[in-house]
Every structure is written in C-alpha cells, then in structure tokens.
Design a protein around this ligand. Structure first.
Ligand SMILES: Nc1nc2c(ncn2[C@@H]2O[C@H](COP(=O)(O)OP(=O)(O)OP(=O)(O)O)[C@@H](O)[C@H]2O)c(=O)[nH]1
Length: 180
C-alpha cells in the first residue's frame, strides 16, 4: 500500500520508515509530526511514555493540544509491533523509541528480541512510519551500569533502524539535518 506525500508516493515497509533523532527539546517531535502530516489523515500517534507524575502529565497535555484533528492516539509502553500492524496503510508516528527502550529495560524484557520484533513489524508496514529517538550517546560515560546498558542499546537500536530506513534526520536547535 502507498501513501501520498504531496504528489509523490511513499511506500510502506522500511523504505517508508523515517528515523528522527535529536537531543531533549531539540524540536524533534514537532519536526516528526510535520513529516507525518504531509500525508493525508488519519494518522496514528503511538505514545510510548508512561505518565507517572504531574510534570509528565503537563508535557503530555502540551503534546495533545498540539496534535490537530486527524490524529488517533494509541498509548502503548512496550508492545508496539501489533499497533504498527493494526495501523494498516495509515501513516504512523512512534514517539518515542527512547522511552520504549527505557520501559523494556526497566521491565527486564529481552531487548534483542524486542528490537527484532520491531524491525519485522516495520518491514511489513503497509504505510509510512516515522520514529523519534533521543540521541543519548554524546555525553560522558554514565557512572551506573543500567545507564551504560541503556546508552548502548539505544545506539544499537538506532543503527539497526537507520541501516534500512528510507530517511534519517537529525534535529538540533529545531533545525533538521538530513543524514540519509
Ligand atoms: N502517554 C502519552 N504520552 C504522550 C502523549 N503525547 C505525547 N506523549 C509523550 O511525550 C513525549 C515527548 O515529551 P517532551 O518532553 O515534550 O519531548 P522532548 O523529547 O523533550 O522534546 P522535543 O525534542 O522537542 O520533542 C513523547 O515521548 C511521547 O511519548 C499522549 O497522548 N500520551
């Protein structure tokens, strides 16, 4: 299945996958939303964040207010492959891979299996998929082992997706840099 992109056509599968990386408050989510909304609605927003305090509730409220009509939100902290399958040919935004990975690590899940499951789901997607991730590997080596594991797993996940994705963008200070 194909989705229209302002006159051109964008395939599903990995060719239709767009990986959007950036730091905290880099503007990566807004950029990713802009990529998705160039295709006709409806769009599916896959929110991976768990809301456990007032600050996060506030952030989510800001995101929800920003999402115009045409968005369906699915809140799924771990099992996102079935959500991608269920979206059929619709454009999907996964926001974000970093919290998804955090949830998997904190819950003691098999990260390699989850990564493979996600890649398989992306390969069989019927429409385009935009995935947001935090670039967390640029700072000093974290002192605790879980943080080091997290940083390494995030790097591996981003590489695995970037290898096959049709487009990869790095956002800094609100500005997109096309990497692929
Ligand atoms: N549970 C839930 N989470 C949401 C919803 N909408 C957005 N989010 C989450 O909000 C998170 C992004 O929050 P921000 O703190 O604004 O993002 P940021 O990465 O710091 O900033 P940017 O780089 O500017 O995007 C994403 O990881 C989403 O999962 C929602 O409707 N429900």
């Amino acid at each position: 299945m194909q989705a229209s992109d302002g006159g051109t056509h964008v395939a599903g599968g990995m060719a239709g996958a767009v990986l959007v990386l950036g730091g905290a408050r880099s503007g990566k989510s807004a950029f990713a939303e802009g990529v998705v909304t160039r295709w006709p609605p409806p769009w599916t927003y896959v929110a991976t964040s768990r809301v456990y305090d007032a600050e996060m509730r506030e952030r989510v409220a800001v995101h929800r207010a920003r999402r115009a009509q045409g968005w369906d939100t699915v809140e799924e902290a771990r099992d996102i492959a079935p959500v991608l399958d269920a979206a059929g040919g619709r454009p999907v935004l996964v926001d974000c891979l970093t919290l998804w990975l955090t949830n998997l690590l904190l819950d003691g899940c098999d990260i390699a299996a989850a990564r493979d499951g996600l890649l398989s789901a992306l390969r069989r997607r019927g429409g385009p998929t935009v995935l947001v991730g935090n670039e967390v590997g640029l700072g000093i080596v974290p002192e605790n082992a879980l943080a080091r594991r997290f940083r390494d797993e995030a790097g591996l996940l981003h590489q695995a997706i970037a290898r096959e994705a049709g487009r990869v963008v790095f956002v800094a200070a609100g500005l997109p840099m096309e990497m692929k």
